[in-house]
Every structure is written in structure tokens, then in C-alpha cells.
Design a protein around this ligand. Structure first.
Ligand SMILES: NC(=O)c1ccc[n+]([C@@H]2O[C@H](COP(=O)([O-])OP(=O)(O)OC[C@H]3O[C@@H](n4cnc5c(N)ncnc54)[C@H](O)[C@@H]3O)[C@@H](O)[C@H]2O)c1
Ligand SMILES: O=P(O)(O)OC[C@H](O)CO
Length: 394
């Protein structure tokens, strides 16, 4: 009965620019099995916790760190010198580095998992691409990216950085994971869910199958542009939520920022050419809610400390970890200006971070805005997504 009802239910008339494409072009090696060789690039909080997750699932994991002492210490003690220092890591992980692995090593891998902050991805992919030496006949490892940001200067999403450095076919095969997932909770095997997306659905399914465990559920989708934008944008709104809490505002104000932030994210994504529905998923509202409401978030913490009156420079130099929202706010500002989308909260975060605006002034200006309709989705011009698709040869 329920199935009949669902079948009869009309599909939403909205279709994103990207969702009109369907791809079936498996370009990576066959589905990694239970003893896949996985190279995790980036031994920060997230790279380490994902390496541990895969090591516990009986995969053979190599964790690349750019710091020789980290590699040495890890292989002797099964602990990381700096991140998640209490944790005893899986015996199935070997640390490698500090140089990036060469061609033979890379081609022996079933999976390359990139947990490198967005601003450093281009330089590393440029070097790795020389070793990967991809031509039409190369069977790629499965490629997974988990960073959440927009590149400063180019305003590029990761999909575009991959296309620029490794070529369109590699970008089409790349898969992306995003969603509410603090490293320190994954490492404790707390129930967690994420979104997985790719331009090539078969590749996204491989990533889902690789990661899916009873304590780590993966939901697959086909809007990687929306998923990437959601992950990058939520970091900017987490800074806003932290700022509000730091200023001493309470629950009403945080709920307002989360909800209006979601409306802004959805409008930006729609104008960009992504599906608005992606922002209702784990990578959108799920991660927005998480990072806007927890002091475990680095981005929230940056905002909180700004609200308490600390300077951005002091916060960044003492945070001890990356807060992607700080650099991403620049790209977001350029994108909303270009698209002509109204995103006043993101604008005010940018003003506080880069133009020295007082946090109280930013809040007052937001509250002084004239009344408006609650949600006016912009027309789906899809300019940036269309440009990106052309770059990917689609
Ligand atoms: N920590 C989390 O809970 C979490 C969850 C989901 C997604 N992410 C995303 O994962 C990415 C990595 O975050 P993280 O938490 O591991 O960051 P982190 O601050 O814990 O670690 C950053 C890592 O980047 C490395 N790094 C710095 N400069 C580099 C360079 N030039 N080239 C290569 N590597 C360099 C550092 O050595 C370090 O290993 C970010 O985009 C973040 O948004 C993090
Ligand atoms: O600590 P943050 O603010 O970078 O957030 C980490 C993750 O993105 C949470 O999903």
C-alpha cells in the first residue's frame, strides 16, 4: 500500500543543472575488497580517524604524513604525536612520508583518500599527478576527497582543482564524502552518517561500500557540486554561530543563524547550479547543525573567540588545527557577489574576518535589515556549475 502511494507520488518538478546528467563510466579498479590497499594522504585529525576506521575494517592502510617525526613515532607507538593523542591506532596502519609516495607505490594502491585541507590540495595533486601518469588505459585507484572548502584566489571547488591538476576524466571519477562527522567521535565509533557523491555514480557506490559499517552509514547521491558547496559553506555559518554564542546571545539567536544560514546556503547552491535538495541532506543541514552547535567545531571556536574579542591572528595561530571557514569566507564572498545572491550572514562573517568589523556591529546590521520573504530561491542559472561541467567535458 505504502509502495503504491510512493510510486504514484509525483517526482518534484525541480531538477538541478547537474542532476540532468547520468554517468556510467567506471574508470577505477574493481570494487576494493576487504583487504584493499588504501593510501590516506594527510595525517591530520580527519585523515587519522578515517585511516583508523578502514584499518579496523581489515584494509591495509598507509597514512602519509609530511612530518618525519610523526611517521617515526606512529610506527613505533601506534599513536599520533599531535592529533587524537590518546588513541591507539589500528595495527593495520603504516605511516609513510615525509616525501609523497612515488609512482610504483601509488599504482599499487586500490584507494587514494585525500584528507588534505583545500588550500594545499592543488600543490599536492600537481606532484602526485606526475607519478600517476594517467593516460586513457590507466586503471585508477578509487579516489576519495573529504576536504570542505573553496580555494582562495581561484574560488575553485575540489572538483575543479582535480580537473586542473589531473585532468577531466580523473575529476569525473573522483568521489566526495561530506556530512556531520567530528573525527574525535568517529574514532570512538559513535554512530555517524555521511553523504557520498560523485559525477560517476558507480564510483560513489564503491566509496559507500568501502566505508559503510554499522557505526558509519553512508548515503549515496549524484550532486557532488552541491555536496561540496554544502560542506564548504556550513563552515562559514559555524563561524557566525560561534560569534553569536561568544557575544553572549543564546538559543534563539543560534537557531536563527542555523535556519537563515540554511536558507542562504540553499540559495547560493541553487544559483550556482546545484540541487537545493542536497542542502536538506547530511552534507547540508546535518553538518550545519553539528558545527553550529558544538564547541568541538574549529570553525565554531574561531567565531566564539572572535565574539569574545580575540583577534583573528591570535586565534589562528593558537587553534592548532585548520578551520576551513576562515579562508573559504573569501571565496564565498566572491561567489555571492558574482551570482548576485543575497547572503547577509556570510557577508557579515567576511566583514568581521577581513575588514575589521566589530562582531556587535555585524549583528546589529543583520537585525536592522528590512523585512523580507522567508525563502526566495533564485532562478537556476547554473553558471558556475555549467562552466565546471564544460571543464569536465560533460
Ligand atoms: N576534523 C574533522 O572532524 C573533519 C571532519 C570532516 C572533514 N574534515 C575536513 O578534512 C580536511 C582536513 O582536516 P583535518 O581535521 O584533518 O585538519 P587538521 O588541522 O587536523 O590537519 C591538517 C593536516 O594538513 C596537513 N598539511 C598542512 N599543510 C599541508 C600541505 N602544504 N600539504 C599537505 N598537507 C598539509 C597537516 O600536516 C595536517 O596533517 C579539512 O578540509 C576539514 O574540513 C575534517
Ligand atoms: O571542526 P570543524 O568546524 O572543521 O568541523 C569538522 C567537520 O566538518 C564536522 O563535520
Amino acid at each position: 500500500m505504502l509502495a503504491t502511494r510512493v510510486a504514484r507520488h509525483r517526482r518534484p518538478s525541480f531538477r538541478s543543472f547537474t542532476s540532468t546528467f547520468r554517468f556510467t563510466m567506471p574508470t577505477s579498479k574493481p570494487q576494493p575488497d576487504s583487504e584493499s590497499k588504501v593510501l590516506v594522504l594527510g595525517a591530520g585529525n580527519f585523515g587519522c580517524c578515517l585511516a583508523d576506521h578502514l584499518g579496523d575494517s581489515e584494509h591495509r592502510v598507509y597514512l602519509w604524513s609530511r612530518e618525519a617525526e610523526v611517521v617515526k613515532h606512529f610506527n613505533i607507538h601506534r599513536k599520533h604525536l599531535k592529533y587524537l593523542p590518546e588513541h591507539n591506532f589500528s595495527k593495520n596502519i603504516t605511516a609513510v612520508g615525509p616525501e609523497l609516495p612515488g609512482a610504483d607505490f601509488l599504482h599499487g594502491m586500490d584507494v587514494l583518500l585525500f584528507a588534505i585541507p583545500t588550500q594545499f590540495l592543488r600543490e599536492n595533486l600537481t606532484i602526485l599527478n606526475r607519478s600517476l601518469n594517467i593516460d586513457g588505459n590507466t586503471k585508477l585507484p578509487l579516489l576519495i576527497f573529504v576536504n570542505k572548502g573553496i580555494e582562495v584566489g581561484t574560488n575553485a571547488l575540489t572538483l575543479e582543482i582535480i580537473a586542473d591538476t589531473c585532468g577531466a576524466s580523473v575529476a569525473r571519477a573522483a568521489t566526495f564524502i561530506s556530512g556531520p562527522s567530528f573525527a574525535k567521535e568517529i574514532i570512538l565509533r559513535r554512530p555517524t552518517s555521511v553523504s557520498v557523491a560523485s559525477m560517476t555514480e558507480a564510483e560513489a557506490n564503491k566509496t559507500t561500500n568501502l566505508f559503510h559499517e554499522p557505526h558509519f552509514r553512508c548515503y549515496t547521491g549524484s550532486d557532488p557540486i552541491g555536496l561540496e558547496l554544502a560542506g564548504a559553506l556550513k563552515n562559514v555559518y559555524a563561524i557566525a554561530a560561534g560569534m553569536s554564542d561568544g557575544l553572549g546571545y543564546e538559543n534563539n539567536t543560534r537557531a536563527m543563524i542555523i535556519t537563515r544560514g540554511l536558507a542562504e546556503m540553499t540559495c547560493i547552491g541553487t544559483a550556482y547550479g546545484a540541487s537545493p535538495l542536497t542542502f536538506l541532506g547530511l552534507a547540508g543541514v546535518g553538518d550545519l547543525f553539528l558545527t553550529c552547535s558544538s564547541s568541538s567545531s574549529r570553525n565554531y571556536t574561531v567565531g566564539y573567540r572572535l565574539g569574545k574579542g580575540e583577534s583573528l591572528q591570535t586565534i589562528i595561530s593558537t587553534l592548532g588545527s585548520v578551520a576551513e571557514g576562515v579562508s573559504t569566507a573569501k571565496g564565498v564572498k566572491t561567489i555571492i557577489d558574482k551570482l548576485g545572491v543575497s547572503a547577509p550572514i556570510a557577508e557579515q562573517v567576511y566583514e568581521v574576518l577581513y575588514n575589521g568589523k566589530e562582531t556587535q556591529t555585524a549583528v546589529r546590521e543583520l537585525m536592522d535589515m528590512p523585512p523580507s520573504r522567508e525563502l526566495d530561491l533564485p532562478p537556476q542559472a547554473g553558471g558556475p556549475a555549467r562552466q565546471l561541467m564544460l571543464k569536465l567535458g560533460l
